[in-house]
Structures are given as structure tokens and as C-alpha cells.
Design a binder for this molecule. Structure first.
Ligand code: ADP
Ligand code: MG
Length: 319
């Protein structure tokens, strides 16, 4: 069972940043309004995520670490809709199989908090005002072959930082904090979408961008797209979210590139942060364990819509 967990973990737990993504998604699924992330040594030594969400009841703590014991999906019908981020119920089990993991949590109807240590399944009383604190330490301590594939501390930390920025863009209503090796790196108060985009992408971006908000039937594209005057765009300044999830999608990236083709010449990259919303039945987010890729039922229609919406927004005269 441990071996099966470690194999499955290879997909979910590729590196510290993938652990962080799973933990933050769980916090969001639990309704957290504040998420505090502390990282040590690029996340290899420690990833600690504290939230103020609904918490886990004492009797559910062992279940949280068990494979496929998720409480989030009742039927196949639910699976099609996937309103929450997590639905496979294997992230924590996978993480616990390759790192020293413990969970302290206080459910809203428990008198005080409890803490479970994954290695021993021992549950002891803990002190916590509300919510959940998950600590993942010494990633891959028991699978040294895997540990060799990790990059430098700075690179792994960079991926963690990027994961948190994506989540922060997707959920401006949630407060986020990030620290690395005990120094504060990011502190974000709850905000509206514009304020959050400015906090994450910077003043320069915000001063040289167009806001986008176009709807057609069941499709809506909103967000911010930089004009050519914004010269700092890098290869990584392209953010697409589909129904609230960050995705890396060739079809969407292509539609954006085409929309920019007339105004951005040469080797310059476009920069944007765009939110596509559509009927969940029109998109399959289940194509990859890391859930970063999507497949659209009507790819052509989505491509045309995104292309025209973005092209129109970029061409609009300055208000
Ligand atoms: P999934 O998210 O797919 O259900 P996970 O392995 O990621 O599976 O989490 C297992 C279960 O642990 C969740 O379904 C949830 O009930 C509980 N859980 C995990 N993290 C938190 C959290 N931060 N707050 C409340 N419950 C949590
Ligand atoms: Mg999960």
C-alpha cells in the first residue's frame, strides 16, 4: 500500500510546488479566507500551510490521510461538475507517503484542536483557534532517488512562489501570506480582481493594460491584457484561468497570440491575466492528475470567442 502510494505520489507530488498547490486547494475547498504559507529550503525541508477554513473533525483526521476517502464527491454526476478543486482524495495520502506529514485542525463543532501524525496515526490534543495547519517536512526523505531530481533551492522556491501567485490571482477575495526561510515574501489583503492583479503583476503592467470583459452566450472572458507599451512581459506572464483554475492550454495560448499578432511584433511576449468562464459541462478538467490541462467540448468555438474578445479589447480606443 505504501508502494502504491509512492507511485501515485509521483504524479501528484512532483516537487514542492505541487505539494503546495494541493494543500492550498484543500484550504480553499474548506472555505478559507486567510491562507498563510511558510516554506523552508525551497519547500524540501518544510511546507507549512495554515488556514482559517472549516477544519477537520477529530474522527475524520485519519480519513483525510487515507486514499480515496474524500468527502467531496458523492456521485459520478458530481465528478462531471467538479465544483471543488480536489475530488480524487489521494493528494494527502500521496504526500504523506513521501514526506513527514502532520495535520492539526479544529473543526467548527469541536471544543479544541487535534493533531495527527501521519507516520504513527497517533492523535493528540493541539492548540489552534480555528482552521487547519498542515506541515509537510523532509520531502522524499524515504525515496532518495526522487530527491535527486529536485533542482536548486532557489528554483524550487520559485515554483512555489509561482503556484501561490496563480492561486492569489484566481481568488482575490482570499488573504494570502508567503514566507521563505523565515522572511516574509508576499502579503496580500483580500481585494477585488483589479487590485489583486495589480499586486501580483505590478504597477507597470497595470498602468499599461486594458481590462477585458466580454460575454457571448455561455462564454465570458474577463481580466487584464497588457498593451505593447508594457515592455517587461516575460515568457511567464501569461495567465489563463478556466472556471477559476489556472490552466496551461495550447488552444487558449494560441488564440491570445493571434489576438496580439497585429499589435505585438517580433519576439516580444504578450502579458495577460484572463479568466474564461463557461458551462462546466463544456470543459473536461480531468485529463491530467495535476489538473493543469483542460479539454474543451467545442474547442473551435472557444478559440474564436477568446480571439475576438481579446482582439476587440486590445483595439478599443483609450477611454
Ligand atoms: P481531495 O481534496 O481530493 O478530497 P485530499 O487528499 O487533498 O483529497 O484531502 C483529503 C480530505 O482531507 C479532503 O477531502 C478534506 O475532507 C480534508 N482536508 C484536507 N485539507 C483540509 C483543510 N485544509 N481543511 C479542511 N479539510 C481538509
Ligand atoms: Mg485535495
Amino acid at each position: 500500500d505504501v508502494l502504491i502510494s509512492q507511485i501515485a505520489a509521483g504524479e501528484v507530488v512532483e516537487r514542492p510546488a505541487s505539494v503546495l498547490k494541493e494543500l492550498v486547494e484543500n484550504s480553499l475547498d474548506a472555505g478559507a479566507t486567510r491562507i498563510d504559507v511558510q516554506i523552508e529550503e525551497g519547500g524540501v525541508r518544510l511546507i507549512r500551510v495554515a488556514d482559517d477554513g472549516a477544519g477537520i473533525a477529530k474522527e475524520d483526521l485519519p480519513l483525510a490521510l487515507a486514499r480515496h476517502a474524500t468527502s467531496k464527491i458523492g456521485t459520478l454526476d458530481d465528478l462531471e461538475r467538479v465544483a471543488s478543486y480536489g475530488f480524487r482524495g489521494e493528494a494527502l495520502a500521496s504526500i504523506a507517503s513521501v514526506a513527514r506529514t502532520n495535520i492539526a485542525s479544529r473543526s467548527t463543532d469541536d471544543g479544541h484542536a487535534w493533531k495527527i501524525e501521519a507516520a504513527t496515526a497517533r492523535i493528540v490534543p493541539a492548540a489552534l483557534a480555528a482552521g487547519t495547519v498542515i506541515e509537510v517536512a523532509d520531502l522524499y526523505f524515504n525515496t532518495p532517488a526522487r530527491r535527486k531530481f529536485l533542482k536548486s533551492e532557489a528554483t524550487e522556491y520559485g515554483h512555489c512562489d509561482e503556484v501561490l501567485r496563480r492561486m492569489a490571482l484566481a481568488r482575490p477575495d482570499v488573504a494570502f501570506a508567503l514566507g521563505h526561510n523565515r522572511s516574509a515574501k508576499l502579503r496580500l489583503a483580500p481585494a477585488d480582481g483589479a487590485r489583486r492583479a495589480r499586486d501580483i503583476l505590478g504597477e507597470e503592467f497595470f498602468a499599461h493594460c486594458r481590462s477585458v470583459d466580454v460575454a457571448a452566450g455561455p462564454l465570458r472572458l474577463s481580466g487584464f491584457a497588457a498593451l505593447p507599451a508594457y515592455s517587461k512581459a516575460s515568457r511567464d506572464a501569461q495567465y489563463f484561468f478556466v472556471n477559476g483554475r489556472f490552466v496551461r492550454d495550447k488552444l487558449l495560448a494560441h488564440a491570445a497570440r493571434e489576438a496580439y499578432a497585429d499589435i505585438l511584433h517580433g519576439a516580444r511576449h504578450p502579458a495577460y491575466c484572463l479568466f474564461l468562464e463557461l458551462d462546466p459541462a463544456g470543459v473536461d478538467v480531468n485529463v491530467h492528475p495535476a489538473k493543469i490541462e483542460v479539454r474543451f467540448r467545442d474547442g473551435r468555438g472557444v478559440h474564436q470567442f477568446v480571439f475576438h474578445a481579446l482582439q476587440r479589447a486590445l483595439a478599443a480606443p483609450v477611454a
